[in-house]
Ligand binder design. Structure first.
Ligand code: DGJ
Length: 545
């Protein structure tokens, strides 16, 4: 953890370190790590903040034959990070015999395509099921038991209650981390996801005899303390959610043990992704991936799995109120926000701005490769230019400043807006100034105008548009966005004669702002208007006396 007072000096030192010659840097290559500054987080890569402009490949793109269909899409997206599976079944097809040729190919190709990697460990659970375990695990239910249902029959999901399963998964994961330690000194791999969407659908926990005995016993003291409860058995302490909390605790401990063992070898940042339940209220334990890191059980995961650096939402629900709630839930002082998966339909792309406004360390639409598979209706249909461009247009703007943005978000207050489903205006106050975002406006003319209403812009009713704002100082803002009009007015604490003193369009060069031109006249008379040309603005507000 970096103390607030030391942040600027520390980051300047770290940034200087990135300017050292490549060879020296490679020899030193500090491990990627997460740092926290109050509510702000950063992923340090090669010693400096880095924003993962990510893309996740389809599930079965984890073979060398698929990679030629992956890289061009990442390039088109301006992505800097590929998230892609490493399956237990492919690295340990026979017990104790490991084959990391897939990982080696991936490392080499990622480097030659100038991409970083997030590896997704598909082990005991993949979308809760065991289909990515090797056949010797999948078919041996005596040694690697499935969870029991209340009637004594088997569920489909493997139980988190057995050391045999845990030890086997852990051993393979440790082999993977050992391979990375030996073959990835330059840390092409930035982070590792441990398992994928853990939990169990329809059967909230293991009802087998061993599990039942634990369930009837006392809730572990650490969990009682973390949940501010009085001691007692699971049913008494947790009531309706007892089955789910029980599975959450044991499953999170299982994942923790795997992550911790991997970190012993190579301590990369590790995370667990969540199949989300609802954005509001308490879910029905039978209707969710019971055990997974949904937002309402994050405190259980935090207590049970300290080796997991962050729990991360997979966002496939495009409703604006829900997305806003999910981003809020997973953005915590103890949980750096990372969106490792989101639908790749264009309607999701606007939430990139809100995620970055929350200080996200990374973001990735799912299914971004040209292998021909698409997960419509969850995400988009066949990838075409419109789908890719919905994300690429934003990534293209942020890619040249990915490290600048990550540093700014670590040090300054930020806000992102995304067009809500009803298209209503949104507001955010930064001290003396209130920024209002309006959607569906042309660049010219007042907000309310009959002529404009009859001749609305083609994007007026579309689910696109958003903004990204960082308060660089009390009166200075870094602003960008698309399909949005921004007004900046004095807040209740603002000056009596507010003025927009200067609006510079520019870019960053080695961390320093460079002005390219000044916006004035039409460009500022009706707010700051962003449509589909990407601009980066530095806006200075003031007043006259
Ligand atoms: C979420 C999972 O984590 C992904 O692997 C994938 O199955 C998507 N759901 C659906 O395409």
């Amino acid at each position: 953890m970096i103390a607030r007072s030391g942040v600027t000096a520390t980051l300047v030192a770290l940034l200087t370190a990135t300017n050292t010659p490549a060879a020296a840097q490679q020899a030193e290559a500090p491990l990627p790590r997460l740092v926290t500054n109050g509510n702000h987080h950063a992923l340090l890569v090669d010693g400096a903040p880095f924003l993962m402009l990510g893309a996740q490949a389809n599930n079965s793109s984890n073979y060398p034959s698929a990679l030629p269909k992956v890289w061009p899409v990442l390039d088109q997206l301006h992505a800097n990070t590929l998230e892609i599976p490493v399956a237990w079944q492919q690295v340990e097809p026979e017990e104790g015999k490991f084959d990391f040729s897939w990982v080696q190919t991936l490392l080499e190709q990622a480097r030659s395509h100038d991409k970083r990697l997030v590896l997704l460990w598909f082990g005991t659970w993949k979308n809760t099921n065991p289909n990515y375990t090797p056949a010797w695990v999948l078919t041996n239910n005596r040694r690697f038991p499935r969870m029991k249902k209340p009637d004594g029959s088997d569920s489909y999901a493997l139980s988190p209650m057995y050391r045999s399963t845990l030890e086997a998964d852990k051993r393979a994961f440790v082999q993977l981390m050992s391979y990375l330690k030996a073959h990835d000194p330059q840390n092409t791999v930035l982070m590792v996801q441990v398992e994928n969407e853990t939990g169990s659908y329809g059967n909230p926990r293991d009802y087998g005899m061993a599990a039942q005995k634990l369930f009837d016993g006392p809730v572990p003291a650490a969990l009682v303390k973390a949940q501010h409860k009085q001691p007692g058995n699971w049913a008494r302490v947790f009531g309706d959610q007892a089955d789910r909390y029980f599975n959450t605790w044991y499953l999170a401990r299982y994942v923790n043990e795997i992550a911790a063992a991997g970190k012993e070898v190579k301590p990369l940042p590790m995370y667990a992704n969540a199949a989300l339940a609802g954005a509001f209220g308490t879910p029905d334990p039978k209707a969710v991936a019971s055990g997974g890191p949904q937002w309402d059980v994050l405190d259980i995961w935090k207590a049970a799995a300290p080796a997991i650096d962050t729990e991360a939402p997979d966002i496939y629900d495009a409703k604006s109120a829900d997305v806003a709630a999910y981003l809020d839930h997973y953005d915590r002082p103890d949980n750096p926000l990372f969106v490792p998966e989101t639908g790749n339909a264009p309607k999701f792309a606007r939430y990139f701005w809100s995620a970055l406004g929350h200080g996200a360390i990374g973001y990735a639409p799912f299914g971004m490769d040209a292998t021909g598979y698409f997960n419509y209706p969850l995400g988009a249909g066949p990838l075409d230019d419109e789908i890719i461009d919905a994300f690429a247009s934003k990534y293209a703007l942020i890619a040249p400043i990915d490290r600048d943005w990550a540093r700014i978000a670590y040090e300054h207050e930020t806000w992102g807006c995304s067009r809500p489903d009803d298209g209503a205006a949104q507001k955010k106050t930064f001290g003396a100034w209130t920024i209002t975002a309006k959607y569906g406006q042309w660049q010219f003319g007042p907000d309310e105008d009959d002529m404009r209403r009859q001749d609305a812009p083609p994007w007026a009713a579309k689910p696109i548009g958003g903004c990204l704002v960082a308060a660089l100082g009390p009166d200075t803002f870094l602003i960008t966005g698309d399909h949005v009009r921004l007004h900046i007015d004095a807040s209740n604490d603002g000056p009596p004669h507010p003025l927009m003193v200067r609006v510079e369009e520019g870019h960053f060069d080695k961390g320093t702002w460079v002005m390219d031109r000044v916006w004035n006249g039409d460009e500022t008379d009706y707010g700051l208007n962003f449509v589909d040309t990407p601009y980066l603005l530095k806006v200075t507000m003031g007043s006259y006396k």
